[in-house]
Design a protein around this ligand. Structure first.
Ligand code: CAA
Length: 256
């Protein structure tokens, strides 16, 4: 059975479900490869305008598969080439919304943080417990968590393995919104549909500039922003959106 299931609730929205419920959706090497294949394909799919990534009610993902790591040394870890799996998600130009119920721990928390928007169910738990296993986050956890919630809260979590509830994660700035557990995927799909209804080139440029701008000096980031903003003035969708506003009608976007 597939470790990642792809559904297509609408033509423009893809839903990826992690499917290892018996292992709390632990990220086995096979699951990571399937995720990479899906993200590479969806990145090229011109119909796909937003991606929702979810697990099940008990777990978004409980981290890397400990059973697949217990006897593994550094050379084998490196040879697995896991970086390419994460790069496929990191480099995906389509907006990604994580719909998190239950545990998002270790690599599962890193996976959620790879998304652009995180919708958490009330019962969700976020943590980087790697230190308890004698290791540390290896897929961006030390860096993304620190950028999201600041050094002192991140250090508390990373050095003790302490986790955050959904409401604590919202207050800390780790998640975008908290909803009832039963509404998590529905809310994420609704957001995905709203984004999918926007002009796709504008959406892509906003995502690109936000992510690229986080890692460069502010002046450079502002320059990236200005250039991308000017670029959008050349699109057909900008002409259509502004004309529709003036003519008091709904715009019809072509994605050009
Ligand atoms: N890897 C492998 N198997 C896992 C797993 C994991 N990360 N998390 C859960 N499982 C398995 C359990 O071994 C168990 O399998 P069996 O039925 O065969 O015994 C099954 O899933 C159910 O787990 P529990 O009985 O423990 O379920 P629970 O609901 O009582 O607890 C939990 C859930 C709190 C998530 C607990 O399973 C847990 O603490 N898991 C480990 C979390 C963790 O340490 N994650 C970090 C991994 S390291 C990492 O992610 C670093 C990296 O990227 C390099």
């Amino acid at each position: 059975m597939a470790a990642v299931v792809l559904e297509r609730p609408t033509v423009h929205v893809a839903l990826l479900r992690l499917n290892r419920p018996e292992a709390r959706n632990a990220l086995s090497p096979e699951l990571r490869e399937e995720l990479r294949e899906h993200f590479l394909a969806l990145a090229q799919d011109r119909d796909c305008r937003a991606i929702v990534l979810t697990g099940d009610r008990r777990a978004f993902a409980a981290g890397a598969d400990i059973k697949a790591m217990v006897a593994t040394g550094p050379a084998e870890m490196m040879a697995r080439g896991d970086e390419a799996n994460w790069a496929a998600i990191r480099d995906c130009p389509k907006p990604i919304i994580a719909a998190v119920n239950g545990y998002a721990l270790g690599g599962g928390c890193e996976l959620a943080m790879s998304a652009d928007i995180i919708v958490a169910g009330q019962g969700a738990t976020f943590g980087q417990p790697e230190v308890r296993l004698g290791i540390m986050p290896g897929a961006g956890g030390t860096q993304r968590l620190t950028r999201a919630i600041g050094k002192h809260r991140a250090m508390l979590m990373l050095l003790t393995g302490a986790s955050l509830s959904a409401t604590e994660a919202l207050a800390a700035g780790l998640v975008s919104k908290v909803v009832d557990d039963e509404s998590t995927v529905e809310e994420a799909l609704a957001l995905a549909s709203r984004i999918a209804a926007m002009p796709p080139i504008a959406v892509a440029e906003i995502k690109r500039v936000v992510l690229a701008g986080m890692d460069v000096p502010l002046d450079t980031a502002i320059m990236l922003e200005r250039r991308a903003a000017y670029l959008l003035f050349g699109t057909e969708d900008k002409r259509e959106a502004m004309t529709a506003f003036i003519e008091k009608r709904s715009p019809v976007f072509s994605g050009t």
